[in-house]
Design a protein around this ligand. Structure first.
Ligand SMILES: NC(=O)c1ccc[n+]([C@@H]2O[C@H](COP(=O)([O-])OP(=O)(O)OC[C@H]3O[C@@H](n4cnc5c(N)ncnc54)[C@H](OP(=O)(O)O)[C@@H]3O)[C@@H](O)[C@H]2O)c1
Length: 256
């Protein structure tokens, strides 16, 4: 039964957030914990995850840390074996960790950059969703949220292969939503615009690029990572109980 007074309540839920050691993922982890979820903080570096988990616990929330490189299949197996034995369920998966190793002309993309971007952003999101979906099927439902990007809709300059993978994430969101709806698993995507994180620093630290980007953003500024987290809370909570296969753009109006 939905709690009508607090559609956003996540008490009793177990949530896994990838790429949660900093940036958008860290902000998401903090907000989901503030709304009652136990959050498993994940990235490639255990120590960085432990620091975020500690900060959540210090703030009165509940969190643990478990490292997982989502571009490595055996590490995906390992984190889901851990989740099955430790929690016996997963209510929420936030696929947020992504790679963007190459910034340059698409014709100069080398195989290593191509492979890394595809392995992390497509294969990683895909098999994390498969593993989560199997657990969610057993328990009668769950929610998956994929962090895509506005670049999945409008190709980013000098970010060809990255933009292609983000378009794939949008398509993946729809495919999983379609086939998993009857299993009571909802799957949606967040499309962030330019957000002030390490990931975007090649753009935000370059005065010329930043100035050009800001002319495309009606709100006239870069987002704070915290400004992405509210949209994620909506999409993983009962507030969005009839929403699946959708994309929610949070871009200061850029795509408009
Ligand atoms: N910032 C933007 O302007 C922007 C715009 C649109 C979309 N996005 C999307 O937002 C998401 C988060 O990006 P962000 O801006 O918050 O970046 P960020 O601050 O650089 O954080 C990236 C996070 O991902 C982790 N990570 C990187 N590679 C990983 C891998 N292979 N396996 C597991 N974890 C990995 C990093 O930690 P470790 O180094 O410890 O692994 C870190 O926690 C990404 O999907 C990105 O595409 C960002």
């Amino acid at each position: 039964m939905t709690n009508k007074k607090n559609l956003f309540d996540l008490t009793g839920k177990v949530a896994l957030v990838t790429g949660a050691s900093r940036g958008i993922g860290e902000a998401i982890a903090h907000l989901l914990a503030a709304y009652g979820a136990h959050v498993i903080v994940s990235s490639r570096k255990q120590e960085s995850c432990e620091q975020v988990a500690q900060a959540i616990n210090d703030a009165g929330g509940s969190a643990s840390a478990y490292a997982c490189h989502v571009g490595e299949m055996e590490q995906i197996d390992s984190i889901f074996a851990h989740i099955s034995s430790e929690y016996e369920k997963l209510d929420i998966l936030v696929n947020n960790a992504a790679a963007n190793p190459y910034f340059g002309h698409i014709l100069d993309t080398d195989l290593a950059a191509y492979q890394k971007t595809v392995d992390v952003n497509i294969r990683g999101y895909f098999f994390m969703s498969v593993a989560a979906g199997k657990l969610m099927k057993e328990q009668g439902g769950g929610v998956i949220l994929n962090t895509a990007s506005v670049n999945g809709v409008v190709a980013g300059d000098m970010q060809g292969i990255y933009s292609i993978t983000k378009a794939a994430v949008i398509s993946m969101t729809k495919s999983f939503a379609k086939e998993c709806g009857s299993l009571n698993i909802r799957v949606n995507a967040l499309l962030p615009g330019l957000t002030d994180t390490k990931f975007a620093s090649a753009l935000t630290n370059n005065e010329k690029i930043l100035k050009g980007a800001l002319t495309q953003i009606p709100l006239g500024r870069v987002a704070d990572p915290e400004e992405m987290a509210g949209a994620v809370l909506y999409l993983v909570s009962d507030a969005s109980s009839y929403t699946t296969g959708a994309t929610l753009t949070v871009d200061g109006g850029m795509l408009a």
